[in-house]
Design a protein around this ligand. Structure first.
Ligand SMILES: [Zn+2]
Length: 275
């Protein structure tokens, strides 16, 4: 079993050199749009237990007695004539990714670009249908650090990531943090939530993925991590660094677990508490 993983890892390393990079240009383009795709139909309330270090008094002070409003989402970014799916939802029976894509006039057969922020199940489950690729023409991009980490991971939890990487291996591109992908999308390391968790920037759009998991808590207290953050110290550093970057550059942040409408203006961060 281990040997197979090493073989896949070797294949991925070879593919890494194929990662597509483009340079910024000044050619006029259609306006960029980003569409929130709420994969899970009903709004989600994250339980307090997801944030074990938060005292009850803070939940009360924040007016969050029942939990933290959130969602399970992905995005369709349209820019420079390209349609780019950013993450792919959970692929559960309730998932609405394909329905929403249809509403947007995008069929799974024609989608050509998928950029992944990280390899947790609620971001990649929609890439497989009956264990086969759901987007047969798509080129899939993932941070090399992230792909290698999940391939090296033991146990059941890493199986879906391995299945996805394997199923798309002929269309897989491993990028390095800092690379600029097709559509002039900048990749920025936001490690900690997962080993290679990456956020994407296009002009004033910053897709923060799972950097903020519970907005009503973490926008005010970014020092608190959900149990899902695999390396809490690194995740906190990333969160503080990128929130500052967003604020300094007046970016709009789009997150995969933000409640409706799926984005937050960085002006909301103008008055950082306790930092
Ligand atoms: Zn997630």
């Amino acid at each position: 079993m281990k040997k197979i993983h090493y073989l896949i890892a070797a294949a991925l390393l070879m593919l890494a050199s194929c990662a597509h990079k483009t340079s910024p240009t000044n050619i006029p383009h259609e306006p960029t749009t980003i569409t929130w795709i709420e994969d899970k139909p009903t709004p989600t309330l994250q339980p307090h237990s997801l944030y074990p270090n938060v005292p009850d008094s803070l939940w009360t002070a924040l007016g969050l007695p029942e939990g933290v409003p959130s969602s399970m989402s992905c995005f369709l970014l349209q820019t420079e004539g390209k349609k780019i799916l950013l993450d792919a939802g959970l692929g559960a029976p309730f998932s609405r990714l394909f329905l929403k894509l249809k509403e947007l006039g995008v069929t799974p057969d024609e989608l050509e670009l998928i950029y992944l922020t990280h390899l947790h199940p609620d971001h990649i489950g929609g890439l497989l249908k009956d264990n086969k690729v759901a987007f047969p023409r798509a080129e899939v991009y993932v941070n090399r650090v992230e792909a290698e980490a999940w391939l090296a991971m033991e146990g059941e939890k890493s199986q879906l990531a391995k299945n996805v990487l394997s199923a798309y291996q002929d269309h897989l591109h491993l990028f390095e943090a800092g690379d600029v992908l097709e559509g002039n999308i900048k990749t920025i390391a936001a490690y900690g939530h997962t080993p290679g968790h990456t956020v994407f920037q296009k002009d004033s759009i910053l897709v923060i993925a799972d950097l903020i998991h519970g907005a009503a808590l973490q926008m005010v207290h970014p020092e608190y991590c959900p149990a899902y953050d695999m390396d809490a110290e690194a995740a906190t550093e990333s969160r503080l660094r990128i929130l500052k970057y967003a604020r300094d550059n007046h970016l709009t942040m789009y997150g995969m677990h933000l409640p409706a409408p799926g984005f937050i203006e960085s002006t909301m961060l103008e008055q950082p508490n306790n930092h």
